[in-house]
Ligand binder design. Structure first.
Ligand code: LMR
Length: 392
């Protein structure tokens, strides 16, 4: 039977990691997978994580099983940051569980939406390619609409038309901040409108918050999510700590459900536990335990937030520098200055992207997405000149 299986294409983004690693050119530039890099190109472990890991090693007395919900101290400690310190449970209407990374959170959220009867899910595209793959895997029909216009603005008309065409009970996936792959986020006024429209259309929002703190700051990056939650009776939230705590390979995430009546939470979560048990039984502990130890210690919280500020400031500097370049060949770099987070899209053809790789050792996703954190003050001029050369 196994001989009947035909090869599947490797995940293009993950394949790029290996291609880059195999390139011997010393001046190669990695703008592929979404990891933060310092101005020297490193992805160091946060000092706050190092300190928390030391505490963990010294203090952990057992590695016995926790359960499908994972570390609930971690799940609860995150809530004031996500949902606001004033009312982090929305009067007892929100509860969550730990998941392996934000991907695990999206997986459970989307599967819960399906189990709750959502027949289809609306999403602005392009999006993170794994979103559509997860929807297909859980059997939720994707209804796509344009996320942005050619000028690098949010396409509000497409979003309004999609919501108008959706049926009550459909789900809609919204990126909380730092849109992946475009970096084009909703303004506060746009979020206000979206929250009202989603509520009026009786859609089930699935909010994916994978980059909190990397856009405008921890509070500002939660604006849209909180606005939507204030407007609707029910929602699902997928959260990732992989970027804002630099935990990538440790897979630290959570999924939260907001219901209209706190009495419904147990039933909803019981489905989450069943989904987790059937997929991964329980999430890996280490990373979430380290994040919990940070969040329980005000001095480590300060250290972590300072590190996050440094990352955000550096990415802003890169974006400002790109925007200052104006036109690079036929590519207008100006919109990149006002976009958020790790990613932006360049309007390059597949051929031009290949040329960047082969002739200039610059690695980026086939979609034209770049990770701006891969650019440093040492390589940014080379990058701009290369884009100009291939797109002239
Ligand atoms: C990315 O989009 O680069 C990240 O979210 C990593 C991933 O899992 O794809």
């Amino acid at each position: 039977m196994l001989s009947t299986l035909t090869p599947q294409p490797a995940d293009a983004l993950l394949a790029l990691i290996k291609l880059y690693a195999a390139d011997p050119r010393a001046d190669k530039i990695d703008l592929g997978v979404g990891v933060y890099r310092t101005d020297t190109g490193a992805t160091p472990v946060f000092a706050a994580i190092k300190a928390a890991e030391q505490k963990l090693v010294d203090g952990q007395t057992s590695k016995s099983y926790l359960g499908p919900e994972g570390d609930m101290g971690f799940v609860h400690a995150l809530m004031p940051y996500v949902f606001g310190a004033a009312n982090p449970t929305m009067d007892g209407r929100i509860e969550g569980m730990q998941t392996p990374g934000g991907t695990g959170g999206v997986r459970v959220a989307v599967a819960l939406a399906k189990r709750a009867g959502a027949p289809k899910i609306w999403m602005g595209t392009p999006s993170w390619p794994n979103h559509a793959q997860i929807f297909a895997d859980v059997g939720l029909e994707l209804k796509a609409f344009a996320h942005s216009t050619k000028d690098g603005e949010v396409d509000m008309d497409a979003l309004r038309a999609a919501i108008a065409a959706a049926d009550a009970g459909d789900a809609i996936l919204l990126h909380g901040c730092c849109h992946n792959p475009s970096g084009i986020d909703y303004s506060e006024a746009q979020w206000d409108e979206i929250a009202a429209l989603v509520a009026e259309a009786k859609l089930l929002p699935v909010l994916d918050l994978a980059y909190q703190g990397l856009g405008q700051g921890m509070e500002a990056d939660a604006y849209g999510l909180r606005r939507v939650l204030a407007a609707v009776p029910e929602a699902l939230i997928a959260y990732s700590c992989d970027k804002n705590f630099g935990m990538y390979r440790d897979r630290v995430g959570a999924v939260y459900a907001m219901v209209s009546d706190p009495a419904q939470l147990n039933a909803v979560l019981s489905h989450g536990y069943a989904l987790a048990r059937a997929a991964w039984s329980m999430p890996p502990d280490h990373g979430a335990a380290a994040v919990r130890l940070i969040l329980e210690d005000p001095a480590l919280v300060k250290l972590w937030l300072d590190e996050l500020d440094t990352m955000r400031t550096r990415m802003r500097q890169v974006r400002t520098r790109l925007a200052e370049a104006g036109m690079a060949g036929s590519v207008n770099m100006v919109p990149l200055g006002s976009q958020n987070g790790l990613f932006s899209m360049l309007p390059l053809s597949g051929e031009q992207i290949l040329k960047l790789r082969e002739d200039h050792a610059i690695y980026m996703a086939g979609s034209g997405r770049i990770n701006v954190a891969g650019l440093t003050m040492g390589n940014i001029d080379k990058f701009i000149a290369a884009v100009a050369a291939v797109s002239a």
